[in-house]
Design a protein around this ligand. Structure first.
Ligand SMILES: Cc1cc2nc3c(=O)[nH]c(=O)nc-3n(C[C@H](O)[C@H](O)[C@H](O)COP(=O)(O)O)c2cc1C
Length: 134
């Protein structure tokens, strides 16, 4: 696991909605927006699965995710990649349910998708683009 530097966390927390990418076992990519994404700690993100179809199937076959964030004020951009665990009960699930239903109790809140961050890359254009930073 790696820890998000402050600039990565700040950039991600301003990215709404966030595009998240998954892939099936054969490598076919898929990307969707999520607005229910929050930072639990510097190594851990939580996403609420409300409407995932291909995303949920992909995570069962291949529990990895990538996302990108960009802040137009600072021109900072980062790719964040990680390993996924999906919880349909337990502490993470209960936390997700309180969070999502506190905002809109009609949302399905099917599962808590937990990402443990494994890699972070510079993603702004210019010198250092694509380099691994954590
Ligand atoms: C602005 C926006 C925010 C969204 N936020 C979420 C979200 O937080 N959780 C979720 O499950 N789906 C969310 N969706 C729906 C997904 O983007 C997508 O429609 C759903 O996962 C089905 O696509 P899939 O079959 O590729 O998974 C959002 C869609 C938009 C346009």
């Amino acid at each position: 696991m790696v820890k998000m530097p402050a600039e990565v966390r700040e950039t991600l927390e301003k990215q709404k909605p966030t595009p998240i990418a998954t892939a099936d076992a054969s490598g076919t990519p898929n990307v969707v927006y999520v607005s229910f994404l929050k930072v639990l700690d510097d190594e851990t993100l939580m996403i609420s699965d409300n409407f995932f179809l291909k995303t949920a199937a992909n995570l069962e076959e291949n529990p990895k995710m990538a996302m990108v964030c960009y802040d137009s004020e600072t021109n900072k951009s980062f790719q964040i990649k990680g390993k996924i665990e999906v919880y349909k009960e337990g502490e993470y699930f209960d936390d997700m349910l309180r969070w999502v239903h506190g905002i809109n109790e009609k949302l399905p809140a099917k599962a808590a998708v937990i990402m443990k961050i494994t890699d972070i890359y510079e993603a702004a254009g210019g010198p250092g683009a694509g380099e691994k930073i954590a």
